[in-house]
Write a protein that binds this ligand. Structure first.
Ligand SMILES: C[S@@+](CC[C@H](N)C(=O)[O-])C[C@H]1O[C@@H](n2cnc3c(N)ncnc32)[C@H](O)[C@@H]1O
Length: 376
């Protein structure tokens, strides 16, 4: 079971002052919270633990090049008060600067083949969208030796049902995937593997159904219709047996003709046979968009939880079993839960003690089915 390492506790009425955090080698961090006890645990002690405290100071305790994957979502700018920490700076610039300080530590502790996934929300100020996630990403790319692999858009299928009359409802957020070099760990086949394609296939009774109807009502000759029905039946069998992923059919007079193309190509087939079939091989295309509902966990006290489904997909894609996954803005603990469920080691850092306790509870309730030990 996970412990909660309490590295710091905030001293009363000390807001605004700066304290220096020192270890044997000298000053390692400046903090606005006073450290009552400086117990600097070795990395081993942080593993599979939740650390209560200010992430910037705690990240400085982790040596360089140790973490395989960092997934996190910092507080939105001026959205809510989590009881301290980042998010309520006076200006967007100050907020982005503070995020960059945390990001800098993330880059330092990340292994060379590791990944950082930052999820950020945007903000309107006086009716003006600030583009905060993108301003952060641009600054990060300018300031650190990193590359941006993808900006993966989370499309919220259930956005807040508040319709404005003078603007559309924001219902998407980016997850930026940063790396240090091109050798990043990438388990492509693991990503979206459970529901990719198969769910669309169903029991197979509906595959190509619309094309049968279209062929019947088309202006093709009897011979052309016969051939079209025959080839349609064949290609449906190929989908059902898993030989190909899916297909599209174009029928003369119904679908638009392709532009250009060579003799013998699709245009020629349409002209000669009256139809053409485009076979789609392999897995469905893995795109930089994830549609997923905003999570509601029964009894959850945290107001901004990101979906466990998305985080598990990133953990599978960007790390291996036994790797270390870290979240410096842990909140309710979604990242650490995903890591534990997928047999990774985790470190969660959170400034609000109540959320630390809540995340502990989530971790405690995880039930991982292990294969029975037959031989001892
Ligand atoms: C958007 S929430 C993260 C939610 C999380 N992804 C989840 O699924 O529950 C951001 C969290 O960062 C915490 N936080 C803000 N500033 C912090 C800091 N300097 N150090 C550690 N945690 C901080 C807040 O208390 C808040 O819980």
């Amino acid at each position: 079971m996970a412990n909660q390492i309490r590295i710091i506790s905030r001293a009363a009425n000390m807001r605004g002052k700066k304290y220096l955090l020192k270890n044997k080698l000298g000053v390692i961090a400046e903090s606005t919270v006073r450290y009552e006890a400086i117990a600097i645990p070795p990395l081993q002690d942080l593993l599979d633990n939740i650390v209560h405290g200010d992430n910037l100071a705690i990240l400085k305790l982790i040596p360089d090049n140790k973490i395989n994957l960092i997934i996190t979502s910092p507080p939105y700018f001026k959205q809510r008060d989590y009881g301290g920490g980042i998010g309520n700076e006076k200006t967007v610039e100050e907020y982005i600067d503070n995020l960059l300080k945390v990001f800098s530590e993330c880059v330092r502790i990340l292994k060379d083949n590791g990944s950082i996934v930052f999820n950020l929300g945007d903000k309107y100020l006086e009716g003006n969208l600030q583009l905060i996630p993108y301003r952060f990403a641009v600054e990060a790319l300018k300031s650190f030796p990193i590359k941006l692999v993808n900006s993966i858009t989370w499309v919220k299928s259930n956005p807040t049902p508040r319709q404005y009359q003078r603007r559309l409802v924001s219902s998407a957020e980016p997850f930026f995937h940063f790396v240090k070099n091109d050798n990043y760990c990438y388990n492509f086949s693991e990503y979206m593997s459970a529901n990719g394609g198969k769910s669309k296939r169903g029991n197979g009774n509906n595959i190509g159904k619309k094309y049968f109807e279209l062929i019947e009502t088309s202006n093709l000759t009897l011979e052309q219709k016969k051939l079209a029905l025959c080839e349609l039946q064949e290609v449906i069998e190929e989908v059902k047996s898993g030989k190909i992923e899916s297909f599209r059919m174009k029928i003369k007079g119904i679908h638009s003709e392709p532009f250009g193309g060579q003799d013998g190509g699709r245009k020629y087939q349409l002209m000669r046979k009256g139809f053409t079939i485009i076979k789609i091989k392999g897995e469905p295309i893995k795109r930089d968009v994830i549609e997923c509902a905003v999570e509601t966990i029964k009894g959850c006290k945290h107001p901004a939880v990101y979906p466990l489904f998305i985080i598990k997909e990133f953990v599978k894609l960007l790390s291996k079993s036994g790797d270390i996954v870290l979240d410096p803005f842990m909140g309710s603990g979604t990242t650490v839960v995903a890591a534990k469920e997928l047999d990774r080691k985790y470190i969660g850092i959170e400034i609000n003690e109540g959320y630390c306790k809540y995340a502990q509870e989530r971790l405690k309730n995880i039930c991982i089915a292990k294969p029975p030990e037959l031989f001892r």
